[in-house]
Design a protein around this ligand. Sequence first.
Ligand SMILES: NC(=O)c1ccc[n+]([C@@H]2O[C@H](COP(=O)([O-])OP(=O)(O)OC[C@H]3O[C@@H](n4cnc5c(N)ncnc54)[C@H](OP(=O)(O)O)[C@@H]3O)[C@@H](O)[C@H]2O)c1
Length: 234
Amino acid sequence: MFLTEPGDDALRSLYVVPTSPGNRTRPFVRANFIMTVDGRVTGRNGRSSSINNPADKRVFDLLRTVCDTVLVGAGTIRQEGYGRIEAGPDGTAPDLVVVSNSGDMPDTVLSSPTHDGGVPRGQAFLATHAGAPQEQHVERLICGEESVDASTLMHLLYERGYRSVLCEGGPHLVTTLLQAGLVDQLAMTTSPMLVGTAGEVLMTTAPLETDLTWVGGATIDGTVFALWDVSSSA
Ligand SMILES: NC(=O)c1ccc[n+]([C@@H]2O[C@H](COP(=O)([O-])OP(=O)(O)OC[C@H]3O[C@@H](n4cnc5c(N)ncnc54)[C@H](OP(=O)(O)O)[C@@H]3O)[C@@H](O)[C@H]2O)c1
């Protein structure tokens, strides 16, 4: 499937979450990233906000409506200033799980309201480990003794009833998940721009060889959206 300037229903059909096989012990995990044509995930301001655009925002928002949890590394929250996730048009909001080895929940999450102008927001959890500081008043998922173990995190999310996780980055977190075979799909947006060395690449920490299978894509206002199945998921 490749869609050109799709309407909302067609776009939604591209990103429908596949039905999970019955024997799973972890949620379906989709990672969403935007990168420039020259493969950079940040732009001039050191954030993704300098490379995204309204077409990407449309897909970004849609993906949040088809998951039950948004999973983000604490570094991305510190850079992008996230808070709890607002409810979509159907009135339900995904929960936010922030991953941090240092055990430090970013202020923007701590200070974000549970309702905003009558619009509900999802709950927020800190995924960390038993050795991390625990002074902050925040609900924790303890995913290891001395560091966050990604497989343990996924099993805990599954036990809590989450079935569809949307990982919004950043590069450090997604690399860990890909290396552990814990990503089922990659939703990659190609932003029609070049930034060269002004930007960061998606993966810097380790070699990786993972085959991808084309699921479908779309083009909206010159921005290209591609959805890939990750074949080596555990
Ligand atoms: N283009 C895009 O779509 C996109 C998406 C997301 C982010 N970004 C950009 O990426 C940049 C941030 O990159 P980043 O790699 O630093 O992001 P990141 O993975 O969100 O942040 C790294 C931090 O998150 C925590 N973390 C991540 N993975 C972890 C793991 N497996 N276990 C335990 N803690 C983990 C740690 O926090 P502690 O230090 O608290 O331990 C770590 O220092 C920002 O500039 C952001 O704008 C781009």
